[in-house]
Design a protein around this ligand. Structure first.
Ligand SMILES: [Zn+2]
Length: 175
């Protein structure tokens, strides 16, 4: 399983639970549509659970179904598959959330002046350092102003990489 799919499985586990992940995995790994009975056999879950998680996965746009009316008794049979479009959309939205969070952190790092203790690597914001009269809370030596923010540099790189990925994927999903 690649990174994208393991990120998706994690998302499903969070929102639909372990059973949801099990059902999704069964559909994902199958090369044909699956009926309720197929899914029950493959996952070992009971029918009620399978119906509930399929409903939730469908609400999230991660699976879809085809409905066929039985010629014998007129009952509907549902055939389920993964919804590739929905999967891409969910992954893209998830990435956007991460992007927004990192941008806020980057913004904070860029707008804050940090002070360091050379002895034990303690890193404080200006306000925190001011509170302590610019002395290290651990060893009492004088704090020095950080001249180059290594966290901001790393964050900036990740944020711009994500921005590019999101743009590429957005084009892919909407094409
Ligand atoms: Zn110190």
């Amino acid at each position: 399983m690649n990174n994208r799919i393991s990120a998706l499985m994690k998302f499903i586990e969070n929102y639909v639970g372990v059973d949801g992940a099990k059902v999704f995995r069964a559909l994902f790994e199958s090369d044909k549509e699956l009926s309720y009975n197929d899914i029950i056999t493959k996952t070992g879950l009971d029918e009620q659970t399978v119906r509930r998680v399929l409903y939730e996965l469908n609400e999230l746009g991660l699976v879809m179904y085809r409905r066929i009316q039985s010629a014998e008794d007129g009952r509907f049979i549902y055939y389920w598959t993964v919804n590739s479009y929905g999967i891409n959309q969910v992954l893209l939205n998830r990435k956007r959330l991460v992007f927004e969070k990192l941008k806020i952190r980057l913004d904070h790092e860029e707008r804050t002046t940090f002070f360091l203790c050379i002895n034990d690597g303690i890193r404080l914001t200006f306000d925190e350092a001011l509170e302590l009269d610019f002395r290290c809370p651990k060893c009492s030596s004088i704090l020095v102003q950080e001249d180059r923010n290594p966290y901001a540099e790393v964050l900036r790189e990740v944020v711009s990489k994500l921005a590019k990925e999101i743009e590429d994927e957005r084009k892919l999903v909407s094409s």
